[in-house]
Design a protein around this ligand. Structure first.
Ligand SMILES: *Cc1c(COP(=O)(O)O)cnc(C)c1O
Length: 271
């Protein structure tokens, strides 16, 4: 059993999740995460069906993704657009598998995302919005998007400053191929649950304020927040989407700092 939600976040415990190697492993891990979601919902007097679990498959091989699909996963979150595009191409036979991009996008990769993604959770610039809109129009597609907000104040994290979000979303009706669903954040990586919780409270409070005068075409119902180490706290603070990788797929080989900003990325360079 995980530690009680109010004593620690799990961010200091990476490596504790064993690698899932069979469909049964995935079924068991998914059931365990759903049970934790249900327990957190119960504490917060929320309906468990109000929280969507987004399994995050970044860095994991195609074989693992296929097992996750066999265990019932129908949407997977990927951090790097090129890795995600490669996996999508390799798994075209799974027509009911959808993709959510949850990692920073450079405008020169917008074309890839417009081709295959159903959801994009990290919109934080008008340049990316423009690039996606143009490519989506060309593909005849649209995309569900979340606006990423930097709630931790860490310079290393992408996302808009909370005070810039209102002005930003006022511009978004100009991009009709982007269906705005809500806000997304990465909390502080800390073992101190209360500091993590403040990030989630900030996102929810901001959303509540924005909802009062958001343009009619802008949906702000969704709050994507919480990962393996902190999703229970996020649910208590209103998360409607939790992005969970390691608790389903197993621990990643590299520390999380590798997947987030300012790390020179091999994925992003042309191969
Ligand atoms: C990797 C990642 C997650 C999932 O993290 P886990 O620790 O594997 O649960 C969630 N959100 C984003 C943006 C990620 O890059």
């Amino acid at each position: 059993m995980p530690a009680p939600f109010d004593t620690q976040t799990g961010h200091d415990q990476h490596g504790r999740y064993p690698e899932a190697t069979t469909v049964e492993d995935f079924r068991r891990n998914l059931a365990a995460v759903q049970a934790r979601i249900a327990a957190a919902c119960h504490r917060a007097c929320r309906d468990p069906s109000s929280v969507r679990l987004l399994p995050v498959s970044k860095t994991k091989p195609e074989a693992s993704l296929r097992l996750a699909h066999a265990a019932g996963c129908r949407m997977l979150g990927e951090n790097k657009p090129q890795e995600a595009h490669r996996k999508w191409e390799a798994m075209q036979d799974l027509a009911d598998l959808h993709w959510s991009v949850i990692g920073h996008l450079q405008t020169n990769k917008a074309k890839l995302v417009a081709r295959f993604a159903s959801e994009f959770q990290v919109l934080d610039s008008l340049r990316v919005a423009e690039a996606l809109e143009r490519r989506l129009q060309a593909e005849g597609r649209s995309l569900d998007v979340f606006v990423q907000v930097n709630t931790s104040g860490e310079a290393s994290k992408y996302g808009l400053s909370p005070e810039d979000v209102q002005g930003f979303i006022k511009e978004l009706p100009a991009f009709p191929a982007l269906r705005v669903r809500g806000l997304m954040t990465l909390a502080l990586f800390s073992a101190e649950a209360e500091r993590v919780r403040q990030c989630f409270i900030l996102l929810r409070t901001l959303r509540d304020q924005l909802q009062q005068d958001a343009p009619a075409s802008i949906g702000l119902d969704e709050l994507s927040m919480g990962m393996s180490g902190d999703f229970e706290i996020a649910i208590e603070e209103g998360a409607t989407v939790v992005r969970v990788g390691q608790a389903i797929f197993g621990a990643r080989a590299r520390p999380d700092s590798h997947y987030w900003p300012d790390e020179p990325s091999t994925e992003e360079s042309p191969s």
